[in-house]
Design a protein around this ligand. Structure first.
Ligand code: ADP
Ligand code: GLC
Length: 491
């Protein structure tokens, strides 16, 4: 199959959250199944052209955004795994410091930026003469691609064999804009209907993707159920109006990258059979944070976008409630400035037990995953969550709220049966984060049980091997349905 992955972020080029990890890893696995997979991304200023040997291709293309004609170039490079990556280069929209915004504020023209990106994707594949069987679109920033294919381009012969798939990584970000978006994006008003582009008299990019892609998926089975039932942030009806299912395919992580045995950022390498290095990583992290050093301290890590999704209200509350205990907290993140201020205030009041680092810092992230005893993720909702999987790969025990992908990956440790890989509480049932932390501490102090729990963590593997087959099956179903419809309509 010819597969085009269209997304707004991708490792190693540019990353805001887990979307980038998924888009950077899944193609390798699809390629290993024999598919021709290519990626298309915006060429943000943050993407280092020299480092990745990115070259400009000899095309000069244009698309309309509102009344303006926007010119762009296509850039190209090959990844380490020999996957072609195309970058859309346009100074006006992408040559700025942030990806979606700056200093926690979204850019005011994100509507125009991603209309441009979607149109440029479709123009580029024509210029490149790459006819995708599947265009796999990720999140709202690419939601208009399925919409163009089903409206303006429905009779374009180039795309006759092209189907689209839309994956929801986070339904909380929808790209919801005024109705005049129809004109800015160059659609026809006749397509401004509830089954196509209209959503409560507005244009919502996520809704367009969900309604008009040939198949829809999200990143864990539980989140697929939740968004149809109660957690769809207004999209429940749209999701339920699809006659076919919404696939829930669990993300995996790249165990070559997230590997304490080979990671260069951490104080000492270690593995499940040799945990001495993990102790050294803990000491190094305690020193880095200016904490007292000692194995007996219970060290918590958290690496996250600062966003209400991630349960920072609960974390901040816990920091104060656990004051004066032997617990130490190290938090790294960026995003919402209010959350950051509150965390920093707590750290200022309790400097010997709380350290807060702001910004995006991959190197420090590895140090925290490796050096912590536990990893906290009390998310209010979580489509999949990669951080808890990464923590497990480092033998660091997750404490999570039972929601979305966290429910599908973390099982409460039972010290009788010795089964389970973390600690789970349920906000919906009124269960308490601090109580769960205190219960987990009892196991931490019982070294025999803690070692078993760490082994269970290392043994919990969320590889892409199984999930990639589910994606392949979804693509095959979509192509099969398209061929079936073509025959059915002709006969
Ligand atoms: P989300 O995509 O909702 O942010 P995930 O758990 O799926 O949450 O993925 C988050 C990813 O981003 C993980 O790889 C995590 O290590 C990384 N990450 C988040 N914030 C930072 C940061 N400030 N510095 C470095 N890595 C970060
Ligand atoms: C989103 C979600 C996160 C998920 C990631 C990758 O950012 O918030 O739960 O793991 O996408 O799919």
């Amino acid at each position: 199959m010819n597969i085009l992955m269209a997304a707004s972020e991708c490792v190693p080029f540019v990353k805001v959250g887990g979307l980038a990890d998924v888009v950077g890893t899944l193609p390798k696995y699809l390629k290993s199944l024999g598919h021709d997979v290519r990626l298309i991304l915006p060429k943000y200023a943050a993407i280092d052209g020299k480092k990745y040997n990115i070259k400009t291709l000899p095309y000069r293309l244009q698309v309309k955004v509102g009344q303006d004609t926007e010119s762009f170039r296509i850039k190209h490079c090959l990844t380490k795994d020999n996957i072609s990556v195309y970058f859309i280069e346009n100074v006006r929209f992408f040559n700025r410091p942030g990806v979606y915004g700056n200093n926690g504020q979204d850019y005011g023209d994100n509507r125009e930026r991603y209309i441009f990106f979607c149109r440029a994707i479709l123009e580029s594949v024509k210029a490149l003469m790459f006819r995708p069987d599947i265009v796999h679109c990720h999140d709202w920033q690419t939601g208009l691609v399925p919409a163009y294919l089903k409206t303006n381009l429905k009779n374009d012969g180039f795309f006759w064999n092209t189907s689209s798939v839309f994956t929801i990584h986070n339904i909380a970000y929808q790209g919801h804009f005024r109705a005049d978006t129809i004109e800015v994006a160059g659609f026809l008003w006749e397509d401004f209907t509830p089954d196509k582009l209209e959503f409560y008299n507005s244009v919502n990019f996520m809704k367009c993707g969900i309604s008009l892609a040939d198949a829809v998926s999200t990143v864990s089975p539980t989140y697929a159920k939740e968004i149809k039932e109660f957690n769809g942030m207004g999209m429940e009806i749209v999701l339920n109006s699809r006659t076919d299912e919404v696939y829930g395919i669990l993300n995996g992580i790249d165990y070559n990258y997230w590997n304490p045995k080979s990671n260069k950022s951490i104080e000492s390498s270690y593995s499940k059979n040799d945990l001495f290095g993990k102790k050294l990583c803990k000491t190094a992290l305690q020193n880095l944070c200016g904490f007292d050093v000692g194995e007996g301290y219970y060290l918590f890590g958290c690496i996250s976008r600062f966003d209400n999704q991630k349960g920072f209200d609960i974390i901040i509350d816990a920091l104060y409630q656990l004051k004066g205990t032997n617990m130490q907290f190290v938090i790294l993140g960026s995003g919402n400035q209010y959350i950051e201020r509150q965390l920093k205030e707590a750290a200022l009041k309790m400097p010997s037990t709380i350290a807060v680092f702001s910004g995006y810092n991959e190197d420090l992230a590895h140090k925290i995953y490796a050096g912590s005893d536990v990893y906290i993720m009390p998310s209010n909702f979580e489509p999949c969550g990669l951080s808890q999987m990464i923590a497990l790969a480092y033998g660091t025990i997750p404490i999570v709220n039972r929601t979305g992908g966290l429910s599908d990956t973390i099982v409460y440790y039972n010290h009788f049966t010795k089964e389970g890989n973390g600690f789970v509480f349920n906000i919906t049932y009124g269960e308490n984060f601090v109580q769960t932390i205190l219960k987990s501490e009892k196991i931490f102090k019982d070294k025999k049980n803690w070692n078993i729990l760490m082994q269970n963590a290392f043994n919990s593997k969320f590889t892409w091997d199984k999930s990639v087959l589910e994606y392949e099956k979804m693509y095959q179903n979509v192509i099969h349905n398209k061929q079936y419809k073509a025959v059915f309509i002709r006969s």
